[in-house]
Ligand binder design. Sequence first.
Ligand code: CA
Ligand code: CA
Ligand code: CA
Length: 162
Amino acid sequence: MKLQVVQVLVVVALMASLCKAGPELSGACPLNWEKFGSSCYFFNTHKTSWDCANTICKQVGGDLASIESAEENTFILDIINKEGGCDNGMVWIGLNDKETEGTFIWTSSNKPITFNGWNGGEPNGSGNENCVEIKLSAGVWNDLSCNQPCCYICEKPQRTHI
Ligand SMILES: [Ca+2]
Ligand SMILES: [Ca+2]
Ligand SMILES: [Ca+2]
């Protein structure tokens, strides 16, 4: 009887140590994703159109990033620069006015901006520029053609169950 209890304890301890070993379970964000607030972020240096970038972000459980504060804007710039930046200095974020010209919304929430990151004079592209990049040089936003190849950054909610 005593031996059985010991055996059960050993098995439980072994299972617990095995479960902790998995990289996917080591934190609130998956391996290679960066945590800020209650979100996880993944920067990709592969350059593609806004629509392709957003499709890829959705495939990994997120959307192109939404930037709701100056702190989040700074965090995003920092992780992009830490990971080597983008060779054309342009990174897609989730802001767009594809649906209604002049009304910019975040693709993850369909909500308008709460923090204003626009560069001076932007948005200026009218119907020709319906997607938004963050410029790595200054950390400001610019509307441009959705077909322009840019690097991109995805954001998804952190795991609530670890
Ligand atoms: Ca966000
Ligand atoms: Ca537009
Ligand atoms: Ca523009």
